[in-house]
Design a protein. Structure first.
Length: 101
């Protein structure tokens, strides 16, 4: 399982815009081949901070995500709303084990 935790810091005036744009990206992402999870988390103690938990069956599936129209649209839409550049941290998912396709 190929997991990326994307840490995002959004300008306060764009929190609701970011949530709406990210929901659209989430809804399309969970339908992609190889997608296992696409969770969107907002910090309790700082509503300007988010984590996107993206789990794919393989690195190739994760790479294909970055070529989709919904991802490219999300990326371009939210770029100006960032308080700092987003940071993706790669992880190897151990448990639960990826389901066989």
């Amino acid at each position: 399982m190929h997991v990326t935790l994307v840490h995002v810091h959004v300008k306060p005036e764009h929190i609701e815009d970011f949530i709406a744009a990210t929901q659209t990206n989430h809804e399309a992402s969970v339908k992609e081949p190889g997608n296992l999870r696409f969770d969107v988390l907002q910090r309790d103690d700082d509503p300007t901070r988010f984590v996107l938990y993206e789990a794919y069956a393989s690195a190739e599936d994760a790479g294909a995500h970055k070529q989709t129209q919904h991802y490219l649209s999300w990326r371009d839409t939210v770029a100006g709303w960032m308080a700092s550049p987003r940071q993706g941290v790669l992880h190897k998912g151990l448990f639960p084990a990826a389901r066989e396709r």
